[in-house]
Structures are given as structure tokens and as C-alpha cells.
Design a protein around this ligand. Structure first.
Ligand SMILES: [Zn+2]
Length: 195
């Protein structure tokens, strides 16, 4: 079946995900624009927005619920430290090789109960609009799309064979080419939505 038919109960319930943002500690370069970039990335994953001309009609809603002072429950060693039931995207220290880290708690039916994302504000530099003289900064929107795909239930694809997918594990500086999903990312979301 390939039609966009969606049962209303699914729209209202299992595929809806509410998230909060804590801008404390956001790097100055993106402090004013981070929420917009995170919102765009969330919508990309919710709908399946892609760079392959595939339908972006997934029955998912990622709803921004407002600012919070709560922090993502993720340690500086990139471990999940608990689930308070609130999905928070916030900034903090991570091991230098990590741009971001997601911890997701699923219900028994596979839908998301809560999901935190921690974005590194120590070792890595960020942008939301590619600077003309970009050298070693990373695209926030791409990184959040990747982390939201983890929350949606996708795992990494092989870096060597699938580097163009948003779910490739490594990012290049100054690269915005994976902001929108690749065909493999999209296929993964479609498979999850059909469960
Ligand atoms: Zn990842």
C-alpha cells in the first residue's frame, strides 16, 4: 500500500511527539537562530522532507511545546541518565567526537514516549546559515535532523557506502547537503510509519 491514508487516531496519538527547547548555553553564533533550525529539522523528520522528490507525507507531528529550564538527561560522557517524561533539546558538554546525542524512550508499541537531545557546546562550532568563509563549523539543522531520526527509530547506516544519507554517522564541516533526507532515510521512516 502506498497511499497517504492515515487513521485519525494515529495522527492524534502515536505519531505525535512534543518537544521543548532549552537555549541556555547555546553558542553565540547560533543562539538567536537555533530554535528555528531545530524546528525545521524536526519538521523534516516528521514529514519526511527529502532531496529525492519523494512524497513528504508522513503522518507524524513534532510539536514544539515551548521553552524550558529542564536539561536533556544525557551525561557529558554521552550516556542516557534518566527519563522525566519531558522531551528536551538542550546544550552541554559531550565527548569531542559527538556533535549531538539522542536518548529516546519508546512505548511498547514502538512510538516515542520521550526523547532528549544534547548538542555539544564545548568542542564543536556551529552555524545555521552557511558562512561564506566556513572552515570548521557544523550545520545545526543537519545534526538535529540526524538526532531526530534516531528518535524516530532509525539507526546509523554504513559510512563507507551511505555517506550521503542523513543517518550516516559522520558529518563534514561546512556541509548542508544532508539537511533534507536521502532516499534511504526516507525509506526507513516509511517503514517505521507503516508498523
Ligand atoms: Zn547518530
Amino acid at each position: 500500500m502506498c497511499g497517504p491514508l492515515v487513521r485519525p487516531a494515529e495522527l492524534a496519538g502515536g505519531h505525535s511527539h512534543t518537544w521543548y527547547y532549552n537555549g541556555a548555553g547555546a553558542p553565540a553564533a547560533v543562539a538567536g537562530t537555533a530554535l528555528n533550525a531545530i524546528t525545521s529539522a524536526s519538521n523534516t523528520v516528521a514529514k519526511g522532507l527529502n532531496r529525492c522528490g519523494l512524497p513528504a507525507d508522513l503522518p507524524t507531528v513534532y510539536q514544539y511545546a515551548g521553552a524550558t529550564t529542564a536539561k536533556a538527561q544525557i551525561s557529558a560522557e554521552a550516556t542516557c541518565t534518566g527519563n522525566d517524561g519531558r522531551s528536551v533539546t538542550s546544550w552541554g558538554a559531550l565527548p569531542p567526537k559527538y556533535l549531538g546525542y539522542a536518548c529516546t524512550y519508546f512505548r511498547s508499541n514502538g512510538t516515542v514516549l520521550a526523547a532528549d537531545v544534547l548538542l555539544d557546546n564545548v568542542a564543536n562550532a556551529w552555524f545555521t546559515t552557511l558562512p561564506a568563509n566556513c572552515r570548521l563549523a557544523y550545520d545545526l539543522e543537519t545534526t538535529v535532523a540526524h538526532e531526530r531520526l534516531h528518535t524516530a527509530g532509525l539507526a546509523h547506516v554504513d559510512q563507507a557506502t551511505s555517506a550521503t544519507q542523513t543517518m550516516a554517522p559522520s558529518s563534514r564541516p561546512c556541509d548542508t547537503s544532508r539537511r533534507l533526507l536521502g532516499a534511504g532515510d526516507h525509506a526507513g521512516l516509511k517503514a517505521l510509519a507503516a508498523r
